[in-house]
Design a protein around this ligand. Structure first.
Ligand SMILES: N[C@@H](CCC(=O)N[C@@H](CS)C(=O)NCC(=O)O)C(=O)O
Length: 214
């Protein structure tokens, strides 16, 4: 199985963390986004959208990070494992799906503010996009229950994707976390997971370093 990614890309980091948590064997292929490799004929056969992450599993190819995560868990997570990343119970799965769908719109709102593209071009962040980003954080805060993770007492792929979304703010000087106490506590907990550092912690720190030294 080949995983096509770029370390700076939050959806790539989320899929990376899913792959590493599942413990499946894969080859990681970094796609040179700055050189436009994502638009090459070869890569477009793997993901016609020309985006990372993407996956090739035998002859099967797939784009879209959340779909990739759902596929990986459906194909490779043992059926009877406790505390699954992607639960098979219809209602638990539905809640994970709901959060993944919501996360796709929260990601866009937070990215509009914490835009890696703008930061790479040394353009200032657009302050009018801060309010919608904070609204996404408030929505996430309101989706947290008495459980430590979004859907219960163990993390799922929804937690992993939401983490990659909110970590965009670690690339900025955002310091409003205290307004979202449940989310802040959850974020700290997620950052202690065994596969976090390799798949997300280190790449985000290196991205922040790169942006600081432009
Ligand atoms: N909805 C897609 C978004 C993927 C995406 O936007 N990938 C960016 C990197 S974060 C990319 O490949 N950009 C290259 C380009 O657009 O040329 C997903 O979740 O997989």
């Amino acid at each position: 199985m080949e995983f096509y990614y770029h370390p700076i890309s939050p959806p790539s980091q989320a899929v990376w963390m899913v792959l590493n948590t599942l413990g499946v064997n894969y080859g990681a292929k970094e796609v040179q986004l700055m050189k436009g490799e994502q638009r090459s004929k070869e890569f477009l056969k793997i993901n016609p959208m020309g985006k990372v992450p993407a996956l090739k599993d035998g002859e099967f190819t797939l784009g879209e990070s959340r779909a990739i995560a759902m596929y990986l868990c459906t194909a490779y997570e043992p059926k009877f494992k406790e505390g699954k990343l992607y639960p098979r119970d219809a209602q638990e799965m539905a809640r994970v799906n709901m959060l993944l769908n919501l996360d796709a719109s929260f990601y866009n709102k937070i990215y509009d503010y914490a835009s890696i593209g703008r930061m790479l071009q040394r353009q200032p962040l657009e302050q009018e996009n801060l309010a919608p980003a904070k609204e996404a954080l408030s929505n996430l805060e309101s989706l947290m229950t008495e459980y430590p993770y979004f859907t219960g007492d163990h993390p799922t792929i929804a937690d992993i994707f939401i983490l990659s979304t909110v970590k965009l703010l670690d690339l900025t000087d955002f310091n409003g976390w205290s307004e979202y106490p449940k989310l802040m506590k959850w974020k700290k907990l997620m950052e202690t997971l065994p596969q976090y550092e390799k798949s997300m912690g280190k790449p985000v720190r290196e991205t922040a370093e790169l942006l600081k030294n432009l």
